[in-house]
Ligand binder design. Structure first.
Ligand code: XMP
Length: 318
């Protein structure tokens, strides 16, 4: 019968046989799947695994630095590439959600391709594809694999996509991926992370994206997520985040009239993201969070909570 330990043993020996002394490149996203795939490959081929972690500038607050640090402590051969400015430039003036996704996905491919070229004689591209990604044509799990797949039909494939593909998780489900990660000693906090979309905060800033809007949303999101953890609500929620609305509302601070941004908080329960319900978060939690956001984040004067289920609403607003 299937156990995480036997899966690790057989997968590592298969990978050793398949890859020999070949070099492999893998894009880490900070998510569960790419991390577990990387640790399996690291066990099999060590320094011949070259991991690339791209900062698209649309990650959560401090996420790039802290996750990169965590990967380094795990002993992975990882290179962090801060391409924030390049992504912001590519997104300049774009408001339409699908065009934003294209700009972000396209820039990711350019950055990854540039980096893959620095690795001499790399033969393989590893991906954290899991079984549900294999049966659905487009992944909803986030991260580089989803980005790559949705761009298969763009034409003019980048060079790194001519590499052979290795996908050690393609036969297993998410809960099994978590168990495999656990048995290999990966930090439970990392394994329990909420899903996060590949385009990141880019699809949670409605309308066009600027550095200032990213800053505001990162602050708001951090208050919300840290609060969920502090109140022990994080693990009861499947996914949570904040949306920056393209709306200003009137407020008052002291004797002054303000005219500032509105943010919407969203927390859902789900098993696979295909359907979802909004979570009935305690009023006391919402009250504390709203006060912290409005008092602590410059540029926001109103907080609303999204009480829409999927379907017909989606989890993300774009
Ligand atoms: P929706 O908004 O469609 O989201 O209800 C379902 C799940 O998919 C994630 N999502 C994405 N993941 N690239 C991704 O990698 C995307 O473009 C994308 N759009 C949505 C969303 O966060 C949720 O987990």
């Amino acid at each position: 019968s299937w156990t995480p330990d036997s899966f690790v043993d057989t997968t590592v020996s298969k990978l050793k046989e398949q890859l020999g002394n070949d070099k492999v490149v893998l894009g880490l996203s900070g998510g569960v799947d790419s991390t577990v795939a990387a640790v399996l490959l690291d066990k099999a081929i060590g320094k011949n695994l070259y991991c690339i972690f791209v900062n698209n500038g649309l990650l959560r607050k401090n996420e790039f630095e802290s996750v990169l640090d965590q990967y380094e402590h795990m002993g992975l051969n990882v290179k962090g590439v801060d391409a924030s400015a390049r992504f912001l430039k590519a997104l300049e003036g774009i408001s339409e959600p699908e065009l934003k996704r294209k700009a972000i996905g396209g820039t990711f491919i350019e950055v990854f391709d540039d980096e893959a070229h620095h690795i001499q004689d790399v033969k393989w591209l590893a991906q954290g594809t899991i079984y549900p990604d294999v049966i659905e044509s487009v992944s909803v799990t986030g991260g580089p694999s989803a980005t790559i797949k949705s761009h298969h039909n763009v034409g003019g494939l980048p060079d790194y996509m001519k590499l052979k593909i290795v996908e050690p998780l393609r036969m297993i489900f998410k809960d099994e991926v978590r168990r495999v990660g656990k048995t290999m000693g990966i930090d439970p906090e990392l394994l329990g992370r909420h899903p996060f979309p590949g385009p990141g905060l880019g699809i949670r800033i409605l309308g066009d994206i600027t550095a200032e809007k990213v800053r505001i949303l990162q602050e708001v999101d951090a208050v919300f997520l840290n609060g969920l953890k502090k109140w022990n609500l994080y693990d009861d929620v499947w996914q949570a985040g904040a949306m920056l609305l393209p709306v200003n509302s009137v407020g008052v601070m002291g004797d002054e009239r303000t005219y500032e941004k509105v943010v919407a908080l969203r927390a859902v329960s789900s098993t696979d993201g295909m359907t979802a319900d909004w979570v009935n978060l305690p009023y006391e939690f919402l009250q504390e969070t709203s006060n912290k956001i409005i008092n602590g984040v410059k540029g926001v004067n109103r907080v609303v909570y999204d009480i829409s289920s999927k379907p017909p609403a989606t989890i993300e607003w774009e």
